[in-house]
Design a protein around this ligand. Structure first.
Ligand SMILES: C[S@@+](CC[C@H](N)C(=O)[O-])C[C@H]1O[C@@H](n2cnc3c(N)ncnc32)[C@H](O)[C@@H]1O
Length: 264
């Protein structure tokens, strides 16, 4: 058993029903909470624990007592500044009405910024290979209401529970505007505190040439990589690095039109 679902510490009948539904959706077992602490559940069951709480789902990977849950995270403040100046938007060339594939959805902060920017005519797909992360984020994007200015942008994101390379391989050539990838950093970084409980649980796989090739094939405008400033991936995979002084991560971009002309 890899994961189970339970309720908050003092469950109502409604919460129990919610937890049972989550268990069915994810095809994982439901366990009564019976006033056990998260530590105790981890110790007794030896697996990750997903808690159906009143307002949100909380994910406790085995050994972690801090939960992972959906929250707009950095998109909350990034969408209050001029979005055209956001480094992801600036380097990608993404425009209103465009389509954007986020290969590594995570908390969906970057996807929310992109979604706010492309607007109602745009489309946003977010790929997440970890089933529980994908589910927690999908539910959060569908129901979160504390930042009404982001409601539309959050609802527009289509969450796909799939490995990015497998998803990109299903796309026709030149069928989306921008493909984005933000794999887990191999360096310790405290950039996103809500993501910390997942450091060892999320997909920590790194870039491959096959992944880049599929992204370039599918994208009309650009492929964008976010990585630690010490990462050699920008140079290894042909990204033009956009240095951001005094920041721990940089963006890199492949101009897909130029790349395709070069290879013709
Ligand atoms: C660093 S986080 C991304 C954070 C995200 N950009 C945000 O704004 O919250 C990386 C996420 O991508 C997922 N991931 C990593 N490699 C993946 C792959 N090849 N396919 C799909 N998901 C992947 C991880 O499980 C993790 O949730």
């Amino acid at each position: 058993m890899k994961a189970i679902v339970t309720t908050a510490y003092r469950p109502t009948e409604a919460l129990k029903k919610k937890a049972e539904k989550v268990a069915r959706n994810l095809a994982i077992p439901f366990f009564e909470r019976n006033k056990r602490s998260i530590d105790k559940l981890h110790e007794e069951l030896g697996c990750d624990v997903l808690v159906a709480a009143k307002e949100r789902l909380e994910f406790y990977p085995l050994g972690k007592t801090e939960p992972f849950f959906f929250h707009p995270n950095s998109s909350a403040f990034r969408t209050k500044r001029p979005i055209a100046d956001d480094p992801l938007i600036e380097v990608s060339g993404l425009q209103s009405g465009d389509s954007f594939v986020d290969c590594t959805l995570g908390m969906a902060s970057d996807a929310i910024v992109a979604s706010q920017w492309v607007g109602e005519k745009g489309t946003i797909v977010g790929c997440e290979s970890h089933s529980i992360i994908a589910y927690v984020i999908e539910q959060g994007l569908a129901g979160y209401e504390k930042m009404p200015h982001l409601n539309e942008a959050m609802r527009r994101i289509q969450v796909i529970h799939m490995e990015a390379l497998a998803y990109l391989s299903t796309l026709p050539d030149n069928s989306v505007d921008v493909v984005y990838m933000d794999p887990m950093f191999t360096e310790e970084i405290r950039e996103s505190s809500n993501f910390l409980p997942l450091r060892k649980t999320a997909n920590t796989g790194q870039l491959t040439q096959a992944w880049i090739d599929q992204a370039v094939r599918a994208a009309r405008k650009s492929v964008v990589l976010k990585a630690h400033f010490r990462s050699g991936d920008f140079e290894t995979f042909g990204f033009q690095r956009r240095v951001r002084p005094n920041t721990k991560f940089h963006y890199g971009v492949i101009d897909c039109q130029a790349e395709k002309l070069r290879n013709d």
